[in-house]
Design a protein around this ligand. Structure first.
Ligand code: AMP
Length: 133
């Protein structure tokens, strides 16, 4: 089982931002900026482009709703989206609230925030996501 499957199942703790039967979203533990969120399918698949057309469409729709929720909570110009997947072999979409293009530099330094701040932002995103249902 991948580390992200364990997170989606609650075996490993995470700052949950949104969830459905099929998908799960949580804060990146080494964020580029506050509110940097990862969206994953609960089903284990490594490479996002191995997903079937209908599944990836639903996945993207989930990510869109999470991005709309992030935009309400985190001051930003736009929410950027990226797919890398070089570190964790479980498909995931990065959502990053951007003030500038520098906020999308994945090779650069990562940030760290106190647990209370992480919990607060995750709760606020989840609250906004629930309103979109
Ligand atoms: P990549 O596979 O290159 O897209 O990067 C994986 C991302 O997952 C990185 O940004 C990590 O900080 C993040 N990550 C790894 N383990 C955890 C975890 N336990 N909780 C939250 N984020 C994680």
């Amino acid at each position: 089982m991948t580390i992200f499957s364990k997170i989606a199942q609650g075996e490993i703790p995470s700052y949950c931002c949104a969830q459905t039967d099929e998908f799960y979203a949580f804060l990146d533990i080494n964020p580029l900026v506050k509110g940097h969120t990862l969206c994953i399918p609960r089903r284990e698949v490594d490479y996002i482009f191995d997903m079937e057309d209908d599944e990836i469409a639903r996945f993207q729709q989930f990510a869109k709703h999470v991005a709309l929720a992030i935009k309400k909570v985190c001051p930003c110009i736009k929410v950027g989206e990226a797919v890398l997947g070089l570190e964790v072999p479980h498909a995931h979409i990065h959502l990053v609230p951007m003030q500038s293009e520098h906020d999308m530099q994945f090779g650069g330094p990562k940030k760290s925030f106190p647990a209370e701040e992480m919990q607060q932002v995750a709760d606020a995103i989840r609250n906004e996501f629930e309103k979109l249902k």
